[in-house]
Design a protein around this ligand. Structure first.
Ligand code: IVH
Length: 669
């Protein structure tokens, strides 16, 4: 056996301590003190030492966050104290009734309540022994759950060691909720859509599905977060829930900031009303508030009935779900030929708007739901406004209804539909399919691409229908049809001139926007920027091989293949030549004149009154500045709008300059 030098032992311990501290600062406090690169360096050093001296490996090492070997089944864990659920209430009256019940049991002593958020995630239980995380479990049936320790270890905000616990808090159990942020969830689904993988229905389902995976290495790639809301500490005398929350925080566990100590039931109702109105501004989903009697003594006096405590109750928000009938499933053909099924619904009022369409994504989604046309379905609106079908009411299925089967032909041009192996998406492979032609031109003219005002869906439809525009290059010879256009219904001299002028104007768009506008599969705005930085003219891109492209960090095999395939096609080469002849910018401008924001990087947060995010980004870039997605030391300014979120807090901690919209306007004026 290799003997381990004392120096290595000490170094491993020091690295672990530091990495635990950095995890805590980054994931719990959102206040990092080192860069990602510095963190990675420390982590790599620790990994190398643990690999060299396997005897030094330890289950609470930060290296364990990457997951371990897959398991076949989960062991069963019997909960030391049953994991109760909460009774639900939906109205002020029910809450007042809860208050009356509590007061009648407590007699003379008036209760104080803690009102907190009801996180829409998955309940988890975490056991710490001697301050170290040793076992994590699901709720299961409340008495017994699954041992998902290895999966939970991958949650970065979950401390693998408690922070300086005194003797009372070394052996504890913590209960809480695992969930995903809405943005992380959406980004993950976008990635899955691109890769042709199955989509998740909502953050909660996705969290539940992820925690039940047998391969914790996959869990480690999913953006799960947690909050703790209950402390079980057999060796301590616990006073109240509000004190427990503080104890949990001091032990390094993530706790929500959004809670309030209330002396009256009116204050509790006020808290609920406030959050009902503000729920969409949170980065995660909540489905109500939870009310807990604060004092532990009072809690004990109140006790539990059946599966719920009498000292707490959920105060849920009005549902954003509704039932309606699925009239039909329509197939939409996108600009790259992707065929997306869309639900045509009996219009129904949900969460403030009337819904008559919902995306069904792909056949797997439809099959998982087991949809038949004519079914009564549940339509749900999450924080992200786009309605989804999340279930069917089997009892209401009309007699003789059969599961939906997708046509084998493109609904627009009749070409047989193609399904690549291993993908859930299906495609129309006819690049001349009118739906694709229209989609490509709409994309070309879109904001963020060539930004051609007045060239929306209806106009594109008309121009393509007339046969004047078959591809984006045709737009630049549309002036040949000027006289005929003026004669067209709804056009006339002024509108024709305006459109032709807008097309002319678009010739000044920078190269990276032209590249994005071409609509190459997998080349979004970010990838287009990246490509332009390394291949400064379109001729360089035309000549690039897959290997050349992949040598750029951030360009993977999928993008590389897509770019090469695009530029290999004769038809596309021809379009490039015609765009060149029309004098579009097909190379990066090196002699870029210095803008007012040259050398400055901005982060955008909150809602701006005069610009969309996209417009603000373009303005910054047109003035020579850059826009980053997250706050770091490389950022100079944070442009903060209404309801700015955690980025603003982080910016303040890093002492970055924060400007509002008016100050920003001055900077560029
Ligand atoms: S306390 C004995 N607090 O709601 C009380 N639960 O049916 C234990 N939940 O299973 C729960 N947010 O998954 C509590 N702030 C919160 C919560 C919360 C969400 C979930 C939890 C529980 C379910 C209640």
């Amino acid at each position: 056996m290799t003997s381990i030098p004392d120096k290595a032992v000490a170094r491993v311990e020091k690295l672990r301590k530091e990495l635990h501290e950095h995890d805590y600062r980054y994931y719990v406090l959102a206040d990092p003190s080192i860069s990602d690169a510095e963190y990675d360096k420390l982590m790599r050093e620790l990994q190398a030492l643990e690999a060299r001296y396997p005897a030094l490996q330890s289950p609470d090492s930060p290296t364990q966050r990457v997951g371990g070997a897959p398991t076949k089944t989960f062991a069963t864990v019997t909960h030391s104290v049953p994991m109760l659920s909460l009774a639900n209430s939906y109205s002020e009256e029910e809450i007042r009734e809860f208050d009356r019940r509590v007061r009648s049991i407590l007699g003379k002593e008036a209760p104080r309540y803690v009102a907190e958020l009801k996180f829409d995630g998955v309940a988890i239980s975490l056991k710490y022994r001697d301050g170290v995380f040793v076992q994590g479990a699901t709720r299961g049936d409340g008495m017994q759950g699954d041992d998902i320790t290895t999966n939970l270890k991958t949650i970065r905000s979950l401390p693998l060691r408690l922070r300086k616990p005194d003797a009372r808090f070394r052996d504890i159990e913590v209960r809480g909720e695992a969930f995903m942020h809405k943005e992380d969830f959406a980004a993950m689904n976008r990635q899955r859509e691109i890769a042709g993988e199955k989509l998740f229905i909502n953050p909660r389902n996705s969290t539940a599905g992820t925690l039940k995976l047998q391969d914790s290495r996959v869990v480690a790639t999913r953006p799960i977060k947690m909050f703790s809301y209950q402390l079980i500490a057999p060796n301590a005398k616990l006073e109240s829930h509000s004190k427990n929350v503080e104890i949990l925080r001091s032990l390094g566990l993530p706790v929500s900031k959004q809670w309030r100590l209330c002396r009256t039931i009116d204050e509790v109702i006020e808290f609920w009303k406030e959050w009902e109105a503000k729920r969409d501004s949170l980065p995660f989903d909540i489905d109500g508030t939870v009310i807990k009697v604060d004092s532990r003594a009072h809690q004990e006096k109140l006790g539990s009935i059946a599966k719920s405590p009498r000292w707490a109750i959920a105060f849920k928000f009005a549902s954003r779900k509704a039932e309606t009938v699925l009239n039909d499933i329509i197939l939409q053909v996108g600009r790259v030929g992707t065929i997306t099924p869309v639900a045509d619904l009996q219009p129904v009022f949900v969460g403030g708007t009337t819904v008559s369409r919902a995306s069904l994504y792909n056949m797997d989604y439809i099959n998982d739901l087991g949809l038949c046309v004519g079914d009564t379905v549940i339509v749900e609106k999450g924080g992200d406004v786009i309605p989804k079908i999340t279930g069917i009411i089997a009892e209401k299925r009309p007699k003789g209804a059969t599961p939906y089967k997708m046509s084998s032909k493109c609904p627009v041009c009749g070409t047989p539909i193609f399904k690549p192996e291993g993908e859930v998406n299906v495609y129309c492979e006819n690049s001349e399919c009118p739906a694709q032609v229209k989609g490509r031109i709409e994309h070309f003219a879109m904001r963020g691409a060539m930004d051609i005002e007045g060239l929306g869906e209806a106009v594109v439809e008309q121009l393509v229908g007339l046969g004047w525009v078959k591809n984006c290059a045709d737009l630049y010879s549309l002036h040949d049809h000027r006289d005929e256009m003026i004669e067209l219904e709804r056009w006339g001299k002024k509108s024709t001139s305006n459109l032709l002028e807008a097309i002319e104007q678009s010739k000044t768009r920078p190269y990276h926007r032209v590249l994005y506008a071409l609509g190459i599969r997998h080349v979004g705005q970010g990838v287009a920027q990246l490509l332009v930085e390394h291949f400064t003219s379109i001729d360089q891109l035309l000549a690039a091989t897959e290997e050349d492209l992949q040598s750029v960090s951030g360009i993977g095999p999928q993008i590389a293949e897509s770019v090469v395939t695009f530029f290999k096609e004769k038809h596309n080469k021809n379009i490039v030549q015609r765009l060149r002849a029309a004098e579009l910018l097909l190379e990066a401008q090196t002699s870029k004149k210095k803008g007012k924001l040259t050398g400055l990087t901005f982060v955008l947060t909150g809602t701006l009154a005069s610009y969309t995010r996209e417009q603000a980004k373009l303005l910054i870039e047109e003035n020579g500045g850059k826009v980053a997605s997250g706050v770091s030391k490389n950022v100079q300014y944070v442009l903060a709008g209404e309801d700015a979120g955690s980025k603003l807090d982080k910016a303040k901690k890093l002492k970055l300059a924060v400007v509002d919209e008016d100050e920003f306007k001055k900077m560029i004026s």
